[in-house]
Design a binder for this molecule. Structure first.
Ligand code: F6P
Length: 527
């Protein structure tokens, strides 16, 4: 499928990205602004021919039809027989969205109103701390967004417990007062062992402190029955349907911790941002469609050029958890080895996604991005303006660093330039040797997403942009981006291993390595 594109890439030979800027219109022509967000992909090897071929691929793979099927409530998650309608959660104008002939919007809007009523009640109460207990999509979205919108916090302190490692809940509860803490049990299925274990420990903690758990728990789940069995009364349970995937769920009840932190109006602004990006994605032609272009740049780098990883570098400290959030979004969605029809995927699945905020990463792993032997396409994010008017000089430095990094990746430093840097210190062979260590190959691709200010609406736009990007990539690759069977095997084996770890069951039928590790636990971890 990528042969033509690979041919175009090969024909580019050793052309340098920098040389493309001989065309003074390059920056404008290879960037796109939508909903106030500018995406600049001019510092890549994509030229007019490559872009046309990528867009043609999106066309032939049926991106537009699949997009319309998704928004139209068709069951495009074919391996689970479900529609994919997280977009309905931010469909604030309430336009009808049907699944199996039923309009899903009345219950969605009703749940949103119930959440708002609860948020108002809690924010006006003596609750000082809220602990969201959840994992994966029931954690990463809210954590990322709560951190991102710190300047808008005016509610109770928000904490997140995800790991089954008892260290997580212990360290969190040390900062909380049992009398004034509210627990949110966030689990789509309400069967996730980590979340249930932590939720039970939270109950035990209240009991230990002689505090009744009445009114102290809220559940966010699509499994209302199990939430009820846990003892949370129906009026404190906020449900959502199976057409909201875990990693796409921050827009609905799973976003309650965010709503408590920033208030219902800011939460609505976040939803509005998401909805605006939806409308853009639905209506813009593919050639001017931001999620489509973002996806195609990713495909160019991964499936066409073979760069297996993608680094996300937000020059926005409050987006510190965005890389982790995108890791789940991208890798759980597009980390699949078979196409929708069950055949082996004949090309790379989605990329490895990782990253850290700049400028911190510059002092840690950028060395490898600049001089390592592998090319790692970088995705920078930065706001034109910060939230700290008194610290404007900080923001100026931040922006300068962000722009400098993408420039450095592209330009590099030649051997001649490197010699010039050390010519006053060394000479002869030693000058040559020292200079070579200071060479930057350059020609390393990057993109930059720049937005005015990281406010709730902008965050909504950014998150929805990435969701749709992952969707478009999945459609082009022909995979189902909405299941996650790859997480099941480990869960099953952990369940089976549990009694062998505790010693209730004899170690049997295990490979030598697993048996040896269990023996170590039994020797050093008991008593
Ligand atoms: O481990 C996979 C997964 O199912 C994720 O997709 C999901 O976000 C997470 O576990 C948590 O699931 P739940 O919200 O049902 O507890």
């Amino acid at each position: 499928m990528f042969e033509e594109l690979k041919g175009l890439a090969a024909a580019q030979g050793d052309r340098r990205i920098e040389a493309l800027f001989g065309d003074t219109a390059r920056a404008a022509e290879f960037s796109l602004t939508a909903e106030g967000v500018l995406f600049d992909y001019s510092k890549t090897q994509i030229d007019a021919e490559a872009r046309a071929a990528l867009l043609a691929l999106a066309e032939t793979r049926g991106v537009a039809a699949r997009r319309d099927a998704m928004f139209g409530g068709e069951k495009i998650n074919e391996t689970e027989g479900r529609a994919v309608l997280h977009t309905a959660l931010r469909n604030l104008d309430g336009a009808t969205v049907k699944v199996d002939g039923e309009d899903v919007m009345p219950p969605v809007l009703d749940t949103l109103s119930r959440m708002e009523a609860l948020a108002k009640e809690i924010r006006a109460s003596d609750i000082t701390d809220v602990v969201n207990i959840g994992i994966g999509g029931s954690d990463l979205g809210p954590v990322m967004a709560v951190l991102a919108l710190a300047p808008y916090h005016d509610g109770p302190r928000t904490h997140f417990v995800s790991n089954v490692d008892g260290a997580d809940i212990t360290d969190t509860l040390k900062r909380c007062n049992p009398e004034t803490t509210l627990f949110i049990v966030a689990s789509k299925t309400f069967t996730t062992i980590e979340t249930l274990t932590n939720a039970r420990s939270a109950k035990a903690w209240l009991a230990e402190h002689g505090v009744s758990d009445a009114g102290k728990f809220v559940a966010l789940s699509s499994n209302l029955e199990k939430a009820g069995e846990f003892g949370i009364p129906a009026e404190r349970v906020f449900g959502f349907e199976d057409w909201v995937g875990g990693r796409y769920s921050v827009w609905g009840p799973i976003g309650l911790s965010l709503m408590l932190a920033v208030g219902p109006d800011n939460f609505r602004a976040f939803l509005t941002g998401g909805m605006k990006m939806d409308r853009h994605f639905q209506s813009a032609p593919l050639t001017e469609n931001l999620p489509v272009l973002l996806a195609l740049v990713g495909i160019w780098h991964n499936q066409v050029l073979g760069h297996a990883s993608r680094v996300v570098l937000p020059y926005d400290n409050r987006l510190m958890r965005l890389p982790a959030y995108l890791q789940q979004l991208e890798m759980e969605s597009n980390g699949k080895g078979v196409s929708m029809d069950g055949a082996d995927l004949p090309y790379n699945s989605g990329p490895v996604v990782w990253g850290e905020p700049g400028t911190n990463g510059q002092h840690a792993f950028y060395q490898l991005i600049h001089q390592g032997t592998r090319v790692i396409p970088a995705e920078f994010l930065v706001a034109a303006k910060g939230h700290e008017p008194d610290l404007k000089h900080h923001h100026d430095l931040l922006v300068a660093n962000c722009l400098a990094q993408s420039e450095a990746l592209m330009r590099g430093r030649s051997l001649d330039e490197a010699r010039g840097k050390v010519a006053d210190k060394f000479e002869g062979d030693e000058l040559e040797r020292q200079a070579r260590h200071r060479v930057f190959p350059g020609n390393r691709p990057s993109t930059t997403l720049i937005y005015p200010l990281l406010d709730p609406e902008t965050l909504g736009k950014i998150v929805a942009l990435y969701e749709h990007r992952v969707f478009v990539e999945g459609v082009v690759l022909g995979i189902n981006s909405f299941d996650q069977w790859g997480v099941e095997l480990g869960k099953e084996l952990a369940t089976a291993l549990g009694p062998m770890v505790t010693g209730e069951q004899k170690v049997d039928g295990k490979d030598g390595s697993t048996a040896q590790l269990l023996k170590f636990v039994h020797t050093h971890g008991r008593g």
